[in-house]
Design a protein around this ligand. Structure first.
Ligand SMILES: *[C@@H]1O[C@H](CO)[C@@H](O)[C@H](O)[C@H]1NC(C)=O
Ligand SMILES: *[C@@H]1O[C@H](CO)[C@@H](O)[C@H](O)[C@H]1NC(C)=O
Ligand SMILES: *[C@@H]1O[C@H](CO)[C@@H](O)[C@H](O)[C@H]1NC(C)=O
Ligand SMILES: *[C@@H]1O[C@H](CO)[C@@H](O)[C@H](O)[C@H]1NC(C)=O
Ligand SMILES: *[C@@H]1O[C@H](CO)[C@@H](O)[C@H](O)[C@H]1NC(C)=O
Ligand SMILES: *[C@@H]1O[C@H](CO)[C@@H](O)[C@H](O)[C@H]1NC(C)=O
Length: 823
């Protein structure tokens, strides 16, 4: 390579809105057109050449031109130069899709790849390339350009940014000192046409109106323009009005031939009588061109229409008043055709421009075109290079457009689909971040499947299935875990409530929620981001996929009732975004985590340990396991088990504590344990206190006069009977176990004490009956020696019983008993 080309600036100027300097005489420019026309096939034979061999070497170069593509081709070469006829591509400037490229000495200038060029067809673009260079010969070729080029100038210096801006806004027209296409004598190859046009037209923004030659009411016309990525036409100046009327001319006999009113204009005064606003932007119109007697005010006539001659009148905006419409299409706006197999997003773009067979034409940016086939009454997708119909779509209604999601019948094999088959394509202005309604209108992606209708045709709630099945799914087979290992299922147990505790049958009724989380690589999912919870499987979908089963091994007599079941799928980071060719724009989530949550009331057994009743604490479990056929396929992720208790801690008789994973858990068994600590409160009042009181009464009988045997015996016997009743009542509320409980010991002890009291009474009476004592004590004077009076034996027995045995035994027993309890 002899010279190093340094790319200094790529000035891409699209300043088409700059006003022209007034008062200057009109300058015309020389425009060269190549390959124009719908069916013209671009060939390399069509170009202009300029022999540059006399030019002395340069160190710097500026190169500017205006270019307008009619439509794009794979490589749109704007111009190129070569050192010789053999050494081509010394410099080549071109665009591939929305990327601008420069090739120098057959090397792509990669920096340019970072620039996104918003090139649109049928629009003048001003481009300036400023190079630092020396030594070249230039051939200018229109080799593969489909469109127009003008004002190609080259300077032997770097232009300033201001100069570039001046040129881009059609203010400056300095010819290049190295080269100027305005003056150059070209060798012409092929059909290159030359014409003149005012330079200001390069910068003009004349509105692009498209007549929709079918009668619709005002609302439908507005909606249709929106589906074309356009807005209803609203002329904003006299010249705009003229352009619109000119566009209407060919359709005067088609739009309402019997009457003079023709075309809706996008203005209404619905909000405020007499104030005409743009129906989309609600801006008050500054330009109006009503005919003399109009507008009439009032609530009936709220919409504006154009009549023959170009003036405006008002009319009713109701359902039945139908007119042709006009859409104002920005030249950069486009629709996307999705469902084919384009290589570049730029190729999916279509724009509406002009009419064929009386209906608007959808021009692809590249080789395709969608036109109305008047013979067969259908829309045809044609290839402009080969002039063959590739596919067509039927209409149900002759006013219909091929918008939205619809089936196309292939006339040729296309994108791998055979000839004669049906292919689903979508044509709409929707971006990939939007959802395309069936009709072709667009809504934000988050409104898709949100359980509310957002598309006017309701299609946003169609096909909202969460699970996407791949072929050959066998629902009875568990999915494999990662890396071919066992499937790992993460359990989580929420103990919602301890409903009842049945001590007799040693069973506890619980309300619990079991969740099992797993991943099924065989499935992919959609619509997971719609709610914060994730996607919810429908009943039908739950029937189609593998769901893990489980068993509660300590279930009491099969007493389980499922209250609720749901399968939730939560999104992952690995989201597959739709490509520019996909008709469906839903995000796809492979390998998302599924969670089955089941809520039950279940009665589980628990072996009660009542030794220290009522100071006992019961340790119960929920034993969760897999059915036997899962062995070797599925395991629990024990360490990740999540266990929570959401119910009340304090129940009527127990306090629930220590709900946690037991150490006995393994990969095949999850044991959740919880502790029920008995609340003694009332039990103390209903067992120990009455028995203590009865003992006190029985003890008190020991103080009754010895003569009243009846009273003593009856009373102490009664206490025994009452206590026994109490004991047997208590026993019946506790499970029958062979083991001795501390409470039994307590009662047996009290019973024994009561029994010993009765015995004491009986034996005291018996002693009295056999030993005769003087009825009366003889009182001896003070000075006389004391007479030894023997105390009656019976009194002594009761005395011992009452002051020694009972208190002593009671105290000793209590010490031993309570030390056992609080051990
Ligand atoms: C040359 O191209 C123009 C359009 O650019 C077309 O109207 C004309 O018919 C073409 N002439 C020939 C001879 O192909
Ligand atoms: C360019 O012009 C020079 C002389 O004017 C001539 O010798 C040369 O062959 C031309 N080159 C081409 C490629 O036509
Ligand atoms: C271009 O440069 C080469 C060598 O660098 C030289 O031989 C040739 O004469 C130069 N061409 C012109 C037109 O100056
Ligand atoms: C109104 O429209 C008519 C018909 O196109 C045109 O002749 C006239 O100049 C327009 N008036 C204004 C103020 O634009
Ligand atoms: C394209 O094909 C149609 C028939 O399919 C034909 O009428 C038309 O003349 C063709 N156009 C060109 C430019 O070949
Ligand atoms: C769970 O964790 C314990 C220690 O934290 C470890 O010994 C055991 O292997 C883990 N079990 C599993 C299945 O990962």
């Amino acid at each position: 390579m002899r010279a190093i080309l340094l790319l200094l600036i790529l000035a891409l100027a699209l300043l088409r809105h700059a006003p022209l300097a007034a008062g200057k005489e009109e300058v015309t420019v020389r425009v060269f057109s190549m390959h124009k026309g719908m069916w013209t096939v671009p060939t390399t034979e069509v170009f202009l050449r300029y022999n540059f061999s006399q030019v002395e070497p340069l160190n710097q170069l500026s190169c500017c031109y205006w270019i307008r593509m009619e439509s794009f081709i794979a490589t749109n070469v704007h111009f190129s130069y070569a050192w010789s006829a053999i050494k081509t591509n010394g410099l080549s400037l071109y665009n591939v899709g929305s990327r601008f490229r420069t090739l120098f000495a057959n090397q792509v200038q990669t920096k340019l790849d970072e620039i996104h060029w918003p090139g649109a067809p049928d629009t003048w673009h001003h481009l300036c390339h400023l190079f630092n260079h020396h030594n070249y010969t230039l051939y200018w070729q229109g080799q593969t350009l489909r469109g127009d080029i003008t004002q190609l100038d080259m300077w032997r210096r770097q232009l300033s940014a201001d100069e570039v801006m001046e040129m881009a806004s059609c203010h400056l027209n300095t010819p290049g000192d190295v080269f100027s296409s305005a003056l150059a004598k070209f060798e012409v190859f092929g059909n290159v046409t030359e014409m003149s046009m005012p330079i200001k037209q390069l910068c003009s923004v004349s509105p692009n109106y498209l007549i929709i030659p079918e009668a619709r009411n005002f609302l439908d016309s507005t909606t249709l323009c929106r589906s074309f990525n356009a807005s209803p036409a609203v002329p904003s100046s006299s010249s705009d009005n003229h352009i619109l009327y000119s566009a209407l001319q060919p359709f005067l006999n088609i739009c309402n031939p019997s009457a003079s009113w023709k075309l809706w204009i996008g203005l209404t005064d619905v909000l405020e009588d007499g104030v005409w606003r743009n129906v989309l932007t609600q801006e008050v119109a500054s330009y109006l061109n009503f005919s003399n007697e109009f507008p009439v005010l009032g609530t009936i006539y709220n919409c504006v229409e154009m009549v023959e001659g170009g003036l405006w009148t008002v009319d009713a905006c109701d359902q039945t008043t139908k007119r042709c419409a006009a859409c104002h299409i920005e030249r950069e706006h486009f629709l996307s055709l999705r469902g084919l197999c384009f290589e570049d997003e730029h190729q999916t773009r279509f724009r509406l421009n002009g009419h064929v067979n009386g209906r608007p034409v959808f021009w692809g940016y590249y080789d395709y075109i969608i036109i109305w086939d008047i013979l067969d009454n259908r829309w045809s997708l044609k290839n402009t290079i080969s002039n063959v119909t590739v596919a067509w779509t039927e209409v149900l209604d002759l006013t219909e457009y091929p918008l939205g999601r619809r089936m196309w019948r292939l006339e040729e094999s296309l994108c791998g689909a055979p000839q004669g088959s049906n292919l689903r394509l979508g044509l709409s202005p929707c971006s990939l971040q939007q959802f395309m309604c069936h009709s072709g209108s667009c809504i934000a992606a988050h409104l898709r499947c949100n359980l509310r209708y957002d598309c006017e045709d309701g299609s946003d709630e169609d096909e909202c299935e969460v699970v996407v099945m791949k072929g050959g799914y066998q629902k009875h087979l568990a999915p494999a875990g990662s890396g071919g290992s066992l499937l790992t299922v993460t359990p989580s147990v929420t103990l919602a409530r301890v409903a009842s505790v049945d001590e007799i049958n040693q069973a506890i009724t619980l309300e619990l929620e079991l969740s099992l989380a797993w991943k099924d690589d065989r499935l992919v999912f959609k619509h997971l981001g719609v709610t914060t919870e994730g996607g919810l499987l429908s009943q039908a979908e739950m029937g189609q996929v593998w769901l893990p089963r489980h068993q509660l091994t300590n279930l009491e007599g099969g007493k389980i009732k499922q209250l609720h079941q749901a399968v939730v799928v939560r999104g992952t980071d690995t989201v597959q975004k739709p490509g520019f060719n996909s008709v469906d724009t839903d995000l796809v989530y492979p390998g998302a985590q599924m969670t089955i949550t089941q809520r039950y009331t279940a009665t589980l057994t628990c072996s009660f340990e009542l030794y220290s009743y009522p100071f006992d604490a019961q340790l119960c479990t929920i034993d969760l396991t897999f059915p036997p056929d899962y062995k070797g396929n599925v395991k629990f992720a024990v360490n990740n088990t999540n266990i929570i208790y959401t119910g009340k801690k304090k129940l009527s008789l127990f306090v629930v504590e220590n709900v946690k994973l037991s150490g006995k858990s393994s990969e095949s068994l999850v044991v959740v344990e919880y502790q029920l600590n008995r609340r003694q409160g009332v039990i103390l009042l209903t067992t120990f206190l009455p028995s203590f009181l009865l003992l006190s009464i029985s003890w008190a009988t020991l103080f009754i006069r010895i003569e009243d045997l009846n009273v003593r015996a009856v009373m102490s016997l009664t206490t025994l009977l009452v206590l026994y009743t109490l004991f047997s009542n208590l026993s019946s509320s506790l499970p029958k176990t062979a083991e001795i409980k501390l409470i039994d010991v307590w009662f047996i002890f009290i019973i024994s004490l009561l029994f010993s009291n009765i015995m004491a009474h009986i034996f005291a009476g018996a002693v009295e009956a056999t030993v005769k004592y003087p009825k009366r004590m003889t009182v001896v004077p003070r000075d006389q020696t004391e007479i030894q009076v023997k105390k009656p034996a019976s009194g002594r027995l009761l005395y011992i019983q009452r002051y020694l045995i009972i208190p002593f035994v009671f105290i000793v027993f209590n010490i031993v008993f309570w030390s056992q309890v609080f051990r």
